[in-house]
Design a protein around this ligand. Structure first.
Ligand SMILES: Nc1ncnc2c1ncn2[C@@H]1O[C@H](COP(=O)(O)OP(=O)(O)OP(=O)(O)O)[C@@H](O)[C@H]1O
Ligand SMILES: [Mg+2]
Length: 262
């Protein structure tokens, strides 16, 4: 069970030149149990910072994050992050990578092995369990990263551009696999992407962020079952609406974010 409440959250960083940079300002957001929420916004608007705050890795200046009505005390097994680069241990096999977190948590080896194998099956990688990371493609590495996150059985998956470094076909396959996993496991997912099409394809709700400092421009609910056809006129319309919001942002702050148009 995971019900997240973000209340009046702000965060600044001190830059190299000692100047203060306000990154997130007065963010208020609620994320429901089992919801798939995507954050989209210009580069530098604070998406990764927000995910890191939700993971408990960064402390906000003001405001609070409540998980099931309790302030998150820091990092926890209930929230696991998946990054753009899989960051696997190169000297460990695929299954050892997936087992790693369980071993740290003192789960006995046989149980850890069985749990890891089950997750590798879920991401269609059981046959590669004894391979080393360098023997895998980018998409396969990302699947291992997803299995490694799921094996901890978190309530919330925090995904920071998890498919951002993949080619288009692999990205499409992993999107489908993620939706299958999400429908099957009923996890809450908070997902960051620059790809508007990916956002409308996957999400129950899209939170569009503006920048300097990061704030919520709009929240768009998408009440459409899966699988979603990319030509669905409703989704195409939503894509255009989000594109306009982001283009306005870029005109306002004078940046052009190429990834948005990918
Ligand atoms: N530890 C830090 N110290 C100083 N500045 C930071 C730190 N972390 C992030 N920033 C700055 O905060 C701003 C937001 O960064 P963040 O990584 O959250 O953006 P983002 O929305 O994830 O961008 P992208 O889409 O490029 O990944 C950026 O200007 C960045 O330079
Ligand atoms: Mg980022």
């Amino acid at each position: 069970m995971a019900f997240l409440k973000i209340r009046n959250l702000s965060k600044h960083f001190i830059q190299q030149d000692k100047k203060e940079l306000e990154v997130l300002k007065d963010i208020n957001l609620e994320i429901n149990n089992k919801e798939f929420v995507t954050l989209i916004g210009p580069s530098g608007c604070g998406k990764s910072t927000l995910l890191n705050i939700l993971a408990g890795l960064i402390t906000p200046d003001t405001g609070k994050v409540l998980l099931n009505n309790r302030i998150i005390p820091g990092p926890g097994k209930d929230r696991v992050m998946v990054f753009q680069e899989a960051a696997l241990f190169p000297w460990l096999t695929v299954i050892e990578n997936v087992m790693f977190g369980l071993k740290i948590n003192n789960i006995d080896k046989n149980t850890a092995y069985e749990k890891a194998l089950k997750q590798l099956k879920a991401v269609h990688l059981a046959n590669f369990k004894d391979s080393l990371p360098h023997q895998l493609s980018g998409g396969m590495k990302q699947r291992v990263a997803i299995a490694r996150a799921l094996v901890m059985d978190p309530d919330i998956l925090l995904m920071d551009e998890p498919f951002g470094a993949l080619d288009e076909q692999t990205r499409l396959i992993l999107q489908k696999e993620l939706i299958d996993i999400w429908l099957d496991t009923q996890k809450t997912i908070i997902f960051v992407t620059h790809n508007i099409r990916e956002a409308v394809k996957l999400s129950d709700r899209i939170v569009v962020l503006g920048t300097n400092p990061g704030y919520i421009i709009d929240e768009i609910k998408i009440d459409l079952p899966h699988p979603r056809e990319r030509e669905n006129p409703y989704l195409v319309k939503l894509e255009n609406r989000i594109l306009k919001l982001l283009q306005n942002q870029m005109n306002t702050v004078g940046v052009y974010d190429e990834a948005v148009y990918a």
